[in-house]
Design a protein around this ligand. Structure first.
Ligand code: SF4
Length: 238
């Protein structure tokens, strides 16, 4: 890896890790939770080489999460699922009722439509990775609130860092805005490749959420145009 990119990645990992501990109320760098040997300098936290981020480590860190108020109404945490080395990731906003009941990503009618979208680009669900910005269902399927996204988004960022897909398709406004760090509406961003701001080389293509397409079938044609771009990009034709 390019030394500069390696350094950037190490800084991003340290920053993310310290932010995570800060949210736990741990601000002392010699705390044994941070450094196994109390008093170890921060520069030695990761030894000679940075730790390898894994989905298992992220899931363990998430635990039986109570970092925001959504834990009080959820049935299951919906972490995400799929190929841990996927070239293509789909990221939505939050679990719906079916996902909350089963703990699985994108089941129900929207899930079936997403399966069709994946098949339309010649892939199977097992080949991609599917996750949400927020891992617990907001009551009544409302959009996640700002504090909930702020508490939970660290985990999807870490999932992306662990998987390192070539392309992320964001489904709907909240996921697009969070991953691209923008307030722009999906109507302006949809169908246009963007750079993922946190990791160089990963592209983001915003499109409609399948649940929205079920309510607005006239938008399926535009979604299909987006999917053709996904297919062509992964084939190296864009
Ligand atoms: S939404 Fe995320 S931060 Fe909030 S309780 Fe669920 S897992 Fe934790």
């Amino acid at each position: 890896m390019d030394p500069r990119a390696e350094l950037d990645e190490l800084i991003a990992q340290v920053t993310e890790r310290l932010r995570f501990y800060g949210e736990q109320g741990i601000t002392d760098l010699s705390h044994p939770e941070i450094s196994p040997v109390a008093g170890t300098p921060v520069t030695s936290l990761f030894g000679e080489s940075p730790p390898t981020e894994t989905l298992e480590r992220i899931r363990n860190d998430l635990g039986d999460c109570r970092r925001c108020k959504l834990w009080t109404t959820r049935t299951n945490i919906v972490f995400g699922e799929g190929n841990p080395k996927a070239e293509l990731m789909f990221v939505g906003e939050a679990p719906g009722a079916d996902e909350d009941a089963t703990g699985r990503r994108f089941v129900g009618r929207a899930g079936k439509l997403l399966d069709k979208m994946i098949e339309a680009i010649g892939m199977k669900r097992e080949q991609v990775y599917i996750a949400n910005v927020v891992k617990s269902r907001p009551p009544g399927n409302r959009d996640p609130e700002r504090d909930e996204v702020a508490a939970c988004s660290q985990f999807v960022f870490r999932q992306i860092a662990a998987i390192r897909p070539r392309l992320i398709v964001t489904l709907g406004n909240p996921a697009t805005r969070e991953l691209l760090e923008t307030r722009a509406a999906i109507s302006r961003l949809r169908g246009n490749f963007q750079d993922y701001p946190r990791i160089e080389g990963i592209k983001v293509l915003p499109t409609f959420h399948p649940a929205y397409l079920l309510r607005s079938p006239d938008k399926k044609r535009e979604a299909w145009e987006d999917l053709k771009k996904v297919r062509d990009y992964l084939k190296g034709e864009l």
